[in-house]
Design a protein around this ligand. Structure first.
Ligand SMILES: *[C@@H]1O[C@H](CO)[C@@H](O)[C@H](O)[C@H]1NC(C)=O
Ligand SMILES: *[C@@H]1O[C@H](CO)[C@@H](O)[C@H](O)[C@H]1NC(C)=O
Ligand SMILES: *[C@@H]1O[C@H](CO)[C@@H](O)[C@H](O)[C@H]1NC(C)=O
Length: 400
């Protein structure tokens, strides 16, 4: 009985098979979440159904092509960061500053007024002319070192008694003469002709260079001479890498001419960008008898201005044509020295007639100002100045 019932039922199902598959399809298209498909199969005008079909097919096609595109992109292994090497054909050669470690040349310091070289080398500076009478036969350079140059000389100066010192100072005061420190450094130091020795070449083709290519710079620690300083708006170009395409120079330390050294004999060599502030103490010491090879690699940083997150502003320095943070700090210090000590650090080029710092009191004041550097770095004065739009750094890589 039960069996019969079952078979009847299955027969019924079999009978309705053709009809129910269209029903199922209808049910499916009416209930499917694939939007729009039911409008294609709805019983209504064929034209509207056709439009629905076209819309459905085109959006479906668009969907498939997007998915395909996304997969294709993924399997393309795309790169989002691009690092490429740019081979430069030529590069600006940096400035090379050479500072003799000897402040004054012995033969000039001990030169008497009647020596024909005294006038011809320009050693007759105003302080010499003013003190000529009281000095008598005593050399001018030596007298200046005695009275007015508060430095620890390696040897005791002859003639330099306190009475003589007073006499010299009195005469200078009477004539309202003040030692021009920069001139004194410039004229009484080792000159470039005797320093830049028998060899000076630049570049792969060994173009000759001469002492005239070295621009003298006065610093608070004596004279320095800069090759390729860029002050004449001409920067030398290096076309090949390697030691032989740089500057080769033999320097004459003239150790017999030493008076006051800076802890050792020889030279300081600094490599820096054109127009940048230099701190002699950051240089490399080159002693007599040494062959030094310095190779360089350059890193360039560009700080982006305002619309970028770095929010940098373009700042210019008063006395250096290339901005560096150290140069900015130095200028702030120098300005403070002018304000508080009434003198300027030797070599600081400002147009006003402020004299160079020279007396012991002035130098003490300079030292005190330098000691306050930390506090004014914290104050806005320096912070305001420290942003720059472009800073270039040469990095010393290898020293042999
Ligand atoms: C130095 O210069 C002064 C004037 O500037 C001059 O009178 C004097 O004769 C000069 N001394 C020598 C040794 O040339
Ligand atoms: C430098 O010194 C040499 C001799 O040592 C001399 O002939 C030359 O005139 C000097 N140059 C200057 C600018 O003083
Ligand atoms: C950028 O710097 C200026 C002043 O120099 C300041 O007013 C501004 O808020 C800074 N913007 C950002 C995003 O730091």
């Amino acid at each position: 009985m039960q069996e019969k019932k079952l078979s009847q039922k299955s027969a019924q199902v079999g009978d309705n098979n053709a009809q129910s598959s269209t029903d199922i399809w209808r049910e499916f298209v009416n209930g499917t979440t694939l939007h729009g498909i039911r409008y294609v199969f709805m019983r209504r005008q064929i034209f509207i159904r056709l439009i629905w079909m076209i819309m459905l097919l085109s959006s479906g096609g668009y969907y498939i092509s997007t998915v395909y595109g996304a997969f294709a992109k993924y399997y393309d292994r795309p790169v989002t960061t691009l690092v490429s090497r740019n081979r430069l054909k030529e590069m600006d050669f940096p400035a090379v500053t050479i500072c003799p470690l000897n402040l004054f040349t012995k033969s000039k310091i001990f030169m008497k007024d009647d020596d024909p070289l005294f006038a011809s080398s320009g050693l007759n500076i105003s302080t010499c002319a003013v003190t000529a009478e009281v000095r008598g036969n005593r050399p001018c350079g030596l007298s200046i070192l005695c009275c007015c140059f508060p430095a620890d000389l390696e040897t005791d100066l002859p003639f330099c008694e306190s009475q003589y010192k007073q006499v010299l100072l009195k005469v200078m005061l009477q004539q309202s003469n003040r030692l021009d420190v920069e001139n004194f450094f410039r004229l009484y130091s080792q000159n470039t002709t005797s320093m830049i020795g028998p060899l000076c070449t630049f570049g792969w083709d060994d173009a000759a260079c001469s002492p005239a290519d070295f621009v003298p710079v006065v610093t608070p620690w004596g004279m320095c001479f800069t090759f390729n300083s860029g002050t004449d708006n001409e920067v030398k170009i290096s076309k090949t890498a390697g030691v032989s395409s740089g500057l080769s120079v033999i320097l004459d330390a003239q150790t017999l001419e030493y008076t006051q050294g800076k802890f050792s004999e020889g030279f300081k060599v600094l490599i820096h960008g054109q127009g940048e502030y230099i701190d002699e103490w950051e240089g490399i010491n080159v002693g007599p008898g040494q062959h030094v090879v310095i190779s360089l690699s350059q890193k360039r940083y560009q700080n982006l201005e305002k619309p970028y997150a770095t929010n940098c502003t373009k700042k210019e320095l008063n006395t250096y044509f290339t901005y560096t943070t150290e140069g900015c700090l130095y200028e702030c210090l120098a300005d403070n020295v002018i304000n508080y000590c009434g003198c300027r650090p030797a070599g600081y080029k400002v147009t006003s007639g402020t004299p160079g710092c020279i007396s012991s009191e002035e130098l003490l004041c300079v030292e005190q100002i330098a000691g306050t550097a930390d506090s004014f770095i914290k104050s806005g004065y320096y912070a305001d100045k420290q942003y720059q739009s472009m800073e270039r750094k040469s990095e010393l890589q290898d020293l042999q």
